[in-house]
Design a protein around this ligand. Structure first.
Ligand code: DQA
Length: 156
């Protein structure tokens, strides 16, 4: 019998101002806190047989380093916050690692100010979810696990 595939580990990474979830602009972002989001995504990971590691930073370079460190992990669920709209450094970090990444925005950025309609990170991620509220994080975890499973499956 071949060894069963090891349990995948996914990084849930949140960018600037997302530490204020629950109190920041609830009309856009809802009332769930970041701790609540992390708990829900971890619980879904357990249910689906995956470990979820969580991190948040308000600093571009720290986010870049988290993405680099995720070279040793199996997937990334990333809400880059406002960095999605202009951080070439974060874009290049995602592009530089082979780890599949799904981008999440809680709000529907395309229904908001024009500067939110550009994502410099979207072209280098495997999937993109916006406007589904915090449920988007759970959808993104399912999506990235599906990618991981597909990549592991022997081609016939
Ligand atoms: C956001 C959308 C961004 O435009 C904004 O700067 C954020 C949150 C979202 O989750 O909807 O910080 O990424």
């Amino acid at each position: 019998m071949p060894d069963p595939a090891p349990r995948p580990t996914v990084l849930l990474l949140n960018g600037p101002n997302l530490n204020l979830l629950g109190e920041r602009d609830p009309a856009q972002y809802g009332s769930t806190t970041l701790a609540g989001v992390e708990q829900r995504v971890r619980a879904l990971g357990e249910e689906l047989g995956a470990a979820v590691e969580c991190a948040q930073s308000n600093h571009e370079g720290v986010l870049v380093e988290h993405v680099h460190a995720a070279r040793d992990l199996d997937g990334i669920v990333l809400n880059p916050g406002a960095f999605a709209h202009y951080s070439i450094a974060l874009r290049d970090a995602i592009d530089a690692v082979d780890t599949p990444c799904v981008e999440v925005h809680i709000s529907n950025v395309y229904a908001r100010e024009p500067f939110r309609h550009t994502s410099v990170t979207a072209p280098v991620v495997q999937g993109y979810i916006a406007g589904c509220g915090v449920v988007g994080y759970e959808l993104a975890l399912r999506a990235v696990l599906h990618r991981i499973e597909e990549a592991r499956r022997p081609h016939v």
